[in-house]
Design a protein around this ligand. Structure first.
Ligand SMILES: [Zn+2]
Length: 500
């Protein structure tokens, strides 16, 4: 029968009288479709050369397909309808086609000629390699992680109406905890399953997630993501041992919210990701997230270097600093504003300059003063020493991650906000030296004095990477055992972490 089979890669929408021999490598739950009353189930078929093609069953064919096609079993499949996938975001397999499985589709069990190498089918990407996938809808990669905390379901407005999401905290031995946002329809099945067993810290394989920048860096589901609970991978077993041996680290991630934006560490961009400033200014449409490299300088001397901010939600307020106000963003009442450090500065490279705004910890690190210190000086009419700060700033080149924002009332130029920065080089004993010593991963903590007054958000740079010693050897062991599955610089990146 095998000699009657066509290679998967030969299939096109014009194929007829064909048969392929495949293994079912992915099988989703039966999900409700967006329009009421209809159902669908997704599959991924792979051949021995690891060519893959996605398949789907709808409505009354779902239970048939669900019964016939068992996960990790081999089958001959023939004459399912083949439709081309025109939008790359929807392509999950290696071929831009999708099979539709119905009761008329030929399905016959086959014997497995070769044992399945799961590690080859699902190479795992390091958490430290995810930055390059930020906001991409087309890159396909896999993540292995343990889920250690779940938050209540929430409904959020989107352009296509309200959607239900649930956020989780995902960790792995690389100590870069992240928020994992699960969207419909996964929240209805996988979300409930995970919540029911959250106390066991379940290990999951996330196939084809998307990486976003909402919490600096985080994981979300895409419509064609597959979530595999307890995947049959050697690394999954190793990760369970790691979890057991690192309970105190897990508690620390939860208690100190190490997954939050403020506590995440930026990863330097690839050289090719750094944009000339002239390109940013002339780009249409405006780039939303980008890296630039240049010299920082405070040019606008008429700044207050702080702005009144809601102490609960951190949003700006027009209230006077000494007047109680009701926040319109979070509904908290009778609050006295908190002085948030804020600085507008120019970043200049060979091609031009960009005026960007840094806030909170970024501003405190650049200025060397906390928001409260700046406000106290303002009250005493003792301005912060801008000239001295500028001298320090000019001694360094900063790699800046910037987000652009186009407020409705602004017509010609967007606003630019600093979302992360890394000093690239320095001369003498400067602020950047102190920062560079911890590069990577802790870059933005800054002088301890800069944090002494932010009672609710106190961070210390030792918190971020402190982890029980026993995990270090395990991590090394794990990274060597999975090396062939990871991208080449994985082991290099883990070395940089200096876990002990
Ligand atoms: Zn508020």
């Amino acid at each position: 029968m095998d000699n009657r089979c066509t290679p998967i890669s030969d299939l096109t929408e014009k194929s007829h009288d064909w048969m392929i021999k495949i293994i079912v490598m992915e099988k989703s739950n039966i999900f409700p479709a967006k329009d009421q009353g209809s159902l669908f189930q997704r599959f991924m078929f792979a051949n021995e050369k690891n060519e893959t093609i996605q398949a789907i069953a709808f409505n009354r064919d779902v239970s048939h397909a669900d019964n016939k096609l068992q996960l990790y079993h081999a089958y001959y499949i023939g004459n399912a309808s083949i439709s081309p996938i025109t939008d790359a975001r929807n392509q999950a397999g290696s071929l831009p086609y999708q099979l539709t499985v119905t009761k008329a589709t030929f399905i016959k069990a086959a014997t497995n000629a070769k044992e399945i190498q799961f590690e080859d089918h699902f190479p795992i990407t390091s958490f430290w390699q995810l930055d390059k996938y930020k906001n991409s809808d087309v890159d396909r990669f896999n993540i292995l992680c343990a889920i250690i905390q779940g938050f209540p379901e929430t409904i959020i407005p989107t352009a296509r109406g309200p959607r239900t999401i649930r956020r989780f905290v995902a960790v792995n031995p690389e100590c870069r905890p992240m928020i994992f946002t699960m969207w419909e329809p996964f929240v209805y099945i996988e979300g409930i399953q995970l919540m029911n067993m959250i106390h066991t810290n379940p290990v999951i394989l996330i196939i084809r997630p998307k990486i976003t920048a909402f919490h600096a860096i985080d994981i979300t589901t895409r419509p064609n993501t597959t979530i595999v609970l307890d995947p049959p991978l050697q690394q999954a077993a190793t990760m369970k041992i790691w979890i057991d041996e690192n309970r105190s680290y897990i508690h620390k991630v939860i208690n100190e919210k190490l997954y939050e934006k403020d506590k995440q560490q930026p990863v330097p961009p690839l050289q090719t990701q750094i944009r000339p400033i002239s390109q940013i200014i002339s780009s249409t449409p405006q780039m939303k997230h980008f890296w630039i490299k240049g010299m920082p300088l405070i040019v606008n001397l008429n700044q207050r270097f702080f702005s009144p901010t809601c102490p609960t939600c951190n949003k700006s307020t027009g209230a006077l600093m000494d007047v109680e106000f009701d926040c319109n963003f979070c509904d908290s009442k009778n609050k006295i504003p908190r002085p948030k450090a804020k600085v507008q500065l120019n970043i200049t490279d060979d091609t031009g300059f960009l005026s960007i705004t840094a806030e909170d910890r970024h501003a405190e690190t650049l200025l060397g003063f906390t928001g409260s210190e700046i406000y106290e000086r303002y009250l005493k009419q003792d301005p912060i020493p801008i000239q001295r700060i500028n001298e320090e700033l000019q001694r360094q080149t900063l790699l800046c991650e910037v987000r652009s924002y186009w407020p409705p009332q602004r017509q010609y130029t967007p606003l630019y906000f600093l979302t992360a920065f890394i000093p690239e080089e320095s001369a003498g004993e400067t602020l950047s030296d102190q920062l560079a010593q911890t590069t990577p991963p802790t870059l933005l903590t800054g002088p301890t004095s800069a944090l002494s007054n932010t009672a609710e958000e106190t961070v210390s740079d030792t918190n971020v990477t402190e982890i029980p010693a026993s995990s270090t050897s395990l991590l090394a062991e794990m990274s060597s055992s999975v090396k062939h599955n990871l991208e080449p610089d994985f082991s290099q990146v883990t070395k940089h972490q200096k876990l002990d």
